[in-house]
Design a protein around this ligand. Structure first.
Ligand SMILES: [Zn+2]
Length: 310
């Protein structure tokens, strides 16, 4: 869940946003990354089902039955992009953000292309977003501005919040297509990592950057309140208590793995080791060369402290 952000200028630029427990005054902390992006010619097509275009069209026909008046749809398989925006603006969201981010995510992490259409519904106002979230999915919570609905393979976004977490939600949708069994904390951490990210120099990969969530982690480390791995990896605990801090912790662990250059390895090993390591803790120890979770926590805390240093 959470926001999207997007594009500016001829280059896709991912910025970010906030959502759950985001400090309201920081309104989206959006540092802009200006890494040049080399346009990559075509969508990955090697393992896209041949009937994907027809299925997208059929999904669009069904979607049209439930969309409010004034919504348009454009199809860029495997994506259906709908919203109360003109078709040209929807198309621009795809060409500037969805397409480049999806390709970079695919190159960085994912082996399998989506085998089913993915629907992205963009609302230009928060009121409209809340109305659709309530009518379609029964979501009444006020703390978020976007989410991915796994059973419907559908992203719903509030653009009024300032371009939110399209990259976050896209990560969910594409990781869902590639691997159904990611631990929840890592799924959220990886999505949050791409809320603020830069393209690699050749434009084919994404690198997560520090964002406002890092401040929460620094403050927690300084006051001895870093969530333990036990809390982080327990889904019910992750979704209770200080949820914003838990998200920040999940994202920071991903940043740590990325800094140690084992993030992609961790993602890959999670899939093969999932049946025996459903929360990913054993695999975390393994890729970090740690003897146990406590050692991972110590290494992580030391890394946070070093990053804090001048
Ligand atoms: Zn999420």
């Amino acid at each position: 869940m959470r926001l999207l952000t997007l594009t500016v200028g001829p280059f896709a630029i991912i910025t970010v946003a906030y959502w759950v427990a985001a400090p309201t005054s920081s309104a989206a902390v959006s540092a802009v990354t200006t890494a040049p992006v080399r346009r990559i010619p075509a969508e990955h097509a090697r393992d896209v089902p041949q009937d994907m275009a027809a299925r997208c069209q059929a999904s669009a026909d069904r979607l049209r039955q439930v969309l409010p008046d004034g919504f348009e749809i454009v199809i860029r398989a495997p994506f259906l992009i709908a919203g109360d925006l003109s078709p040209s603006k929807l198309q621009k969201v795809h060409s500037d953000v969805i397409g480049p981010v999806a390709r970079a995510l695919r190159e960085t992490y994912f082996q399998t292309a989506p085998q089913d259409p993915i629907t992205i519904v963009i609302c230009s106002t928060e009121d409209l977003f809340r109305q659709l979230a309530k009518d379609w999915d029964g979501h009444l919570e006020a703390g978020y501005h976007g989410y991915y609905q796994r059973d419907k393979r559908r992203i719903l976004l509030d653009l009024e919040a300032g371009n939110g977490s399209l990259a976050h939600e896209l990560t969910h949708a594409l990781s869902h297509a590639d691997c159904e069994n990611l631990p929840e904390w890592f799924d959220e951490g990886l999505g949050a990592l791409h809320e603020e990210a830069a393209y690699t120099r050749n434009g084919q990969g994404l690198i997560g950057l520090p964002n406002w969530r890092c401040k929460l982690i620094r403050q927690a480390a300084q006051s001895g309140r870093l969530p333990t791995l036990e809390v982080l990896t327990d889904s019910s605990l992750f979704r209770s208590g200080d949820v914003g801090l838990n998200y920040a912790m999940a994202r920071s662990i991903c940043l740590y793995l990325q800094d140690r250059q084992v993030l992609q390895k961790y993602y890959q090993e999670l899939q093969t080791r999932w049946p025996s390591d459903r929360e990913g803790v054993g695999t975390l120890c393994r890729v970090l060369g740690a003897k146990n979770p406590t050692q991972v926590e110590r290494q992580f805390a030391a890394w946070i402290k070093r990053r804090n240093s001048p």
